[in-house]
Design a protein around this ligand. Structure first.
Ligand SMILES: [Fe+2]
Length: 470
């Protein structure tokens, strides 16, 4: 196993964003306390203007976001600071302001107008979107916003934030524990390696042995896959690949740990960027890409984890031909990182996003096949598709006889003709069919024509459980 990775050198240091927040907070208070022409207001406004210009010399957009008291400049954490700064952050957060984005072209009149707005602003007042209120005051280069709870105005479609309906109990427990672990890191506390090891054991010894759980992970996911769900799912899919290629038990345990924590760096990225629909601006993309290095840094500092874990967090967006990010030169990603990359892409595209419907499993397999070679390791893609079969457990399919059925078992020698459970008129399990059955002439009695989005009322778990009992 490889040793701790050397992290890429950070880019040129940015000026500290805290004085800008502090400047807005003091200006706001001065405007409330003194008449508008008071020299203290003019002085503070001049100082704030200088600070903002200093930042805008580096790029056309200054993005300051506060998440759980942590200040981020362009998505990079500047950490918590002394009491005075903490107070400035609290003042703004109490108003419901978690993000200040300032664009090139801003002038002192706009800075003053924002401070005045903040003085009069009541968080409970329903005065319409903040941008509209600022625009009425002549502010065009500054936006204020709330990061938490999530701003959902732009969502093209609402998906539930987590799986709905009955879940396999072990799988459900693993999701709950992972959510807690992510919350711990997001709130700035240290990750406990014992919690991680327990979770790895739960996945290997319980979740991986449940067909219902595997079906729920492999089939199309009609929920907006928050990072903790995604992480558990990627860990399970990586485990399937690991078993398929014959890794030994200790290596599988290391792989599952690394896969579980591969996206932990996203806890440091503003949620509105993580969940932004469509294309990201250049700066937002850089912010998102930083989740790899941020994740590796968090994991290197967490005692008791295996050395592989930060490596996979660092490398999981790197292609086998040296493409992707971060740029680590020609270095080929660790084999375990290559496994997690395959699992990560399958999981991401079979899950819903605010801006896209989930991709059906067999189409996701075709996407993987297209990426095999430059981006993904071809042998691992093949192993994955063989491990899950072309129609994963839990998929809802239509047959050539126009039957709707749920895939409840595999035929190892004939992956395109699995075992099916028909969906009856009440959306419950009907008769069982072996799709590999042939008629007297030796031709298949039926083929699978397509995978379908499961009807809302269909509970796939019931099908998988009844198949297990049969
Ligand atoms: Fe990632």
């Amino acid at each position: 196993m490889t040793t701790t990775p050397s992290l890429p050198t950070p880019v040129a240091p940015s000026p500290d964003p805290l004085p800008v927040l502090k400047g807005f907070a003091s200006l706001r208070r001065l405007i409330g306390a003194y008449p508008s022409g008071h020299p203290m207001i003019a002085q503070k406004l001049g100082e704030l203007d200088d600070l903002v210009r200093l930042h805008l010399r580096i790029g056309p957009l200054l993005q300051i976001d506060v998440i759980h008291g942590d200040v981020l400049l362009d998505g990079v954490s500047f950490g918590r600071d002394q009491q005075a700064n903490a107070q400035a952050i609290r003042e703004l957060s109490d108003l419901g302001i978690d993000s200040i984005h300032i664009r090139e072209g801003v002038d002192t009149d706009e800075l003053r107008a924002v401070a005045e707005f903040l003085w009069r602003f009541k968080p409970s007042a329903d005065g319409g979107p903040m941008d509209g209120q600022l625009a009425r005051r002549g502010v065009r280069h500054i936006s204020l916003g709330r990061l938490v709870p999530l701003d959902t105005r732009w969502r093209a479609q609402q998906w539930p934030d987590a799986p709905t309906g009955p879940l396999d109990p072990a799988y459900e427990e693993s999701l709950t524990r992972m959510e807690q672990a992510f919350d711990t890191v997001a709130s700035g506390r240290r990750l406990d390696s014992v919690t991680v090891r327990d979770l790895v054991e739960l996945l290997i010894y319980k979740v991986a042995r449940s067909n219902a759980a595997l079906g729920q992970i492999l089939a199309v996911k009609q929920y907006e896959n928050l990072t903790y769900c995604h992480s558990v799912n990627v860990a399970m899919l990586s485990l399937l690949i690991g078993k398929q290629i014959g890794l030994d038990d200790p290596t599988i345990a290391a792989l599952v740990e690394a896969a579980l924590l591969h996206d932990i760096g996203k806890t440091r990225i503003p949620l509105d960027v993580v969940k932004k629909p469509g294309a990201l601006e250049k700066r937002e993309r850089k912010m998102m890409e930083a989740h790899t290095t941020l994740g590796a840094e968090i994991l290197v500092q967490t005692e008791g984890l295996r050395p592989l874990t930060p490596i996979v967090a660092l490398e999981h967006h790197r292609g086998v031909a040296g493409t992707g990010y971060p740029d680590l030169g020609d270095e080929v990603p660790h084999a375990m990182s290559q496994i997690v990359s395959v699992a990560d892409i399958y999981e991401a595209i079979t899950g819903a996003r605010s801006y896209q419907a989930p991709t059906l499993p067999e189409r996701a397999c075709l996407v993987l096949a297209r990426l095999a070679g430059d981006k993904l390791n071809s042998a691992l893609v093949k192993a994955f598709v063989n491990a899950i079969t072309f129609f994963p457990l839990g998929s809802t399919v239509r047959t050539s006889r126009d039957e709707i059925a749920v895939v409840v078992g595999t035929n190892p020698t004939d992956p395109l003709h699995p075992l099916l459970s028909l969906v009856d008129d009440t959306n419950g399990p009907g008769g069982r069919i072996d799709a590999s059955t042939r008629d007297v002439s030796g031709a298949y009695e039926r083929h699978i024509v397509e995978t379908l989005m499961p009807p809302d009322a269909l509970d796939v778990t019931r099908f998988l459980e009844s198949a297990a009992l049969a």
